[in-house]
Every structure is written in structure tokens, then in C-alpha cells.
Design a protein around this ligand. Structure first.
Ligand code: SF4
Length: 312
């Protein structure tokens, strides 16, 4: 291959990479925009506190929200917040450098929850429960200090489904992770703008944007094994049964209380035949018709799954 031909080939590859990256960006922006609209996550005048851990999800959330802020028909402000929990080896300079380079308002909160957790939790026991509770309290306090009206967390579609299965398998509850909800102290609104985004799209975006990722295992805690097992189960289904994950997520948005078994959600006790036809009534002997697998999508077009995207 001569030099001229090689230049042309590289140029085509760059073009394809740019095209794929633009498509991926467009898709993620649409998915975030749709979630924001569907759940009225951000309203005019909101001050959104974007919680940054240094992982791919929170970097992507901030990046997409900053992009949407430019084009949104409403005014809202963003303040990025990172909690430096003083885990050994935490590279405290990475996020301030990155956020300064963006010119975004930010606050780094330094609280040594690591020492507290190590002191209180017996050796060998998982530290994540106490650590998360401490983190939550601190972030709520910081939201008040900053006058934030919304607290944005970087959970995505797979996190939501994992939580659903964790609750079903281990908690005896049909409960996932809501895209928007008032916090447990009743004083804040928590939003999850990545709720419709696929984890693999976020991962590709993070690589393409070359975010300075901070590893999440600095505290030396055991990963949540149950969540990990469920995550692998979902990833395996996604590979083997195209459309299954989309269908499961759609199910979360399409609940039929009369066909579950919770008397608090549906008044089974007073169910009487009154001669009135109802769409959610029992079809008793009919078999359910299901769409072809792979043809159910929560939202229309998706980016390709190839890994050819590169930074523009
Ligand atoms: S992995 Fe470490 S930092 Fe993360 S929640 Fe668990 S204890 Fe806290």
C-alpha cells in the first residue's frame, strides 16, 4: 500500500469514527432529553446539583446535561459536586482539573467517611451500606448549602433493572429505582437523567470523550456480589435475546395493577361482576400475544453497537 492510499484509508476510518460518535451523542442526548421531559425532571430556574464520582456514568451525565443546557428552551443552572471520601489513593486533583477546564461551577467536598466506615464496620463485613448512608447525608446537606433544587444521579437503565431484580430476588418487592423521586428526608428531588440510557452506550461515549476516569475500587471494599451476578445475567440476556432488556424496561413503564397481587394497589376485595366491560379485566382463557423478540424498543432508533466511535 502506498502512502497516498494509506492516507485515504485512515481518513475514511476517521470519518466513520466521527460519524459514529455523532450518532451516539445524538442518541444519548435524545434519551436524556426524553427522560427529562417524561418525568418533568428539570424546570425553569432549577439549580441542578450533578453528583460526580469520577466514573463513566457521572461524567457522561454531566457532559450531556451541559450540552442540553445550551440548546434547552428553558434556563437552568448546573453545579457539579464531588465528595472526596478520603479513600487511600484517591486522586484528588483529577476532578478539580477537569471541571476547571470545562469552566463549570463545582464544589469538591472533603469528608473522611472512609475512616469512619473502617472504624465502625467490623473487619470482613461489607462497608457499602454505611458508606452510602453517610454519603447521602452529606450530599443532602451540600444541596441545601448550594441552594440546589434537584440532585442528579448517574444511574442508567441497567442500574434500574438490576435494582428491580435485586428487590425481587432478595427483597420480596416489585420495586426498582425511579427516574425522579422526592428524597427520603422529604426535602430534595432526586433525578436520574440517564434512566433511558444503555450502559454500553455510556461506556462507548466515555471512551470516545476520554474522560479522566477514577477507579471505583479505592476503598478496597468487596463489590456487591449480588448486584454483580444480576448485572452479568442482564448482560448475558442482552447478548442472547435481543430486545429483552428493552421489553423489561418498558414493563416498568407499563404496570397493570389488576394483574398483580397487591391488594393495596388494586381493590380485589370488592371486585364484583357489574356487567361493565373493562380493558384491564381478566381474559380468563385467552393466551397472551407477545411481540417478536427484538422488535420492542422503548424509544425508536439506536446507535450501532460497533465500537468504532472516536472523539470528534
Ligand atoms: S465501594 Fe467503597 S466507596 Fe463505594 S460505597 Fe462501597 S465502601 Fe463506599
Amino acid at each position: 500500500m502506498n502512502a497516498a492510499t494509506e492516507t485515504t484509508v485512515l481518513s475514511d476510518a476517521d470519518k466513520k469514527a466521527r460519524f459514529n460518535f455523532n450518532k451516539l451523542t445524538k442518541w444519548l442526548r435524545h434519551a436524556v432529553g426524553d427522560a427529562i421531559n417524561d418525568f418533568n425532571m428539570i424546570e425553569p430556574g432549577d439549580r441542578v446539583m450533578v453528583c460526580l464520582s469520577g466514573g463513566k456514568d457521572s461524567y457522561t451525565m454531566l457532559d450531556i446535561l451541559l450540552g442540553l443546557q445550551q440548546s434547552a428552551p428553558i434556563d437552568f443552572s448546573i453545579v457539579a459536586v464531588n465528595l472526596d471520601q478520603k479513600q487511600p489513593g484517591f486522586p484528588g486533583h483529577v476532578l478539580p482539573q477537569y471541571l476547571s477546564s470545562l469552566g463549570v461551577e463545582y464544589r469538591i467536598v472533603e469528608e473522611d467517611t472512609y475512616s469512619i466506615v473502617k472504624r465502625v464496620v467490623p473487619e470482613g463485613k461489607t462497608t457499602c451500606g454505611l458508606c452510602s448512608r453517610l454519603r447521602r447525608g452529606i450530599l443532602y446537606r451540600v444541596a441545601d448549602e448550594l441552594g440546589a433544587t434537584k440532585i442528579a444521579l448517574g444511574h442508567h437503565r441497567e442500574d434500574i433493572l438490576e435494582t428491580l431484580f435485586l428487590n425481587m430476588f432478595h427483597g420480596g418487592k416489585l420495586k426498582a429505582m425511579p427516574p425522579k423521586l422526592v428524597s427520603d428526608d422529604g426535602r430534595h428531588v432526586v433525578i436520574r437523567p440517564l434512566a433511558y440510557c444503555r450502559e454500553k452506550d455510556i461506556a462507548r461515549y466515555a471512551v470516545a470523550r476520554a474522560f479522566p476516569i477514577i477507579p471505583c475500587n479505592l476503598c478496597g471494599s468487596q463489590p456487591n456480589l449480588q448486584r454483580q451476578v444480576i448485572g452479568e445475567m442482564i448482560a448475558d440476556w442482552d447478548k442472547r435475546f435481543p430486545g429483552r432488556i428493552e421489553s423489561m424496561f418498558r414493563a416498568l413503564r407499563n404496570v397493570v395493577p389488576s394483574h398483580l397481587a397487591d391488594p393495596a394497589l388494586y381493590d380485589f376485595v370488592n371486585a364484583r361482576a357489574d356487567g361493565v366491560a373493562r380493558a384491564d379485566g381478566d381474559k380468563a382463557f385467552d393466551r397472551e400475544n407477545f411481540a417478536e423478540p427484538g422488535r420492542i424498543n422503548i424509544l425508536a432508533s439506536r446507535p450501532d453497537d460497533d465500537d468504532g466511535c472516536g472523539a470528534p
